[in-house]
Design a protein around this ligand. Sequence first.
Ligand code: ADP
Length: 252
Amino acid sequence: MHIEIDHVSMRYQAPDGEIEALRDVSFSVPDHTFVSIVGPSGCGKSTLLSLLAGLEKPTDGALLLDGEPIRGPTEKIGFMPQRDQLFEWRSIWRNVLLGPEIRGDDTKARREMVRTLLADYALAPFKDKVPSQLSGGMRQRCALIRTLAVEPGVLLLDEPFSALDYQTRLAVSADIARIIRQSGKTAILVTHDISEAISMSDRIVVLSHRPGTVRAIHDLTEMESLNPMERRGAPEFQALFNQIWEELDVNV
Ligand code: ADP
């Protein structure tokens, strides 16, 4: 599925006046591509995701999914939040089946599909455990499988690795990037981590300070054959990192 973000602006009405979160943002996310959005905190990244998820409507502009305006939440779009939000009182198996269960789609075929996902991503032996018995990386995989279980065409990922320590984060982000590529989904990742964006994406959209505008768009075609770990060691990596760092105009 492809996404078009077409001159989107978003202003919130707050008690002490208007907050302009996004201003005239346009970019596209082609079918089967992995796009990261990086930007300083408060620049409207989460706002953009909630517009894409159909949870809010833009003040101006349009968001299109396969050419059709996004008018509200749709099952074509799956969401992976910052915390894995697995339920401790449910087994891993019952956690990953939550989506189909809520939709009344807990069929034999669906269960087979979820079973295959668990096996493919080395979680089958843990299906009867509860979340606290899994490592941080396994929990993230489990959260991703839960999102994939309802077969969305698009995945939205909101800083999904922010709760993990650095080493785990490197390994898990590489792992998750591989799973998403294998699944052939269109994915949008929000992150403030430049290295993570370079290691995982086909395209990076850099947003400015609030109100978020598009500062730059980078296509990572020269690194497309490299996996996330190889990218981190590639000669192009540092140059691109420096360029995005400049574009972000980070103040400390
Ligand atoms: P980011 O994810 O990049 O940190 P957000 O999208 O969360 O940024 O927020 C962008 C700006 O919009 C912030 O100033 C935030 O306070 C404001 N904002 C976000 N949601 C709302 C809301 N529902 N009502 C009012 N202001 C909001």
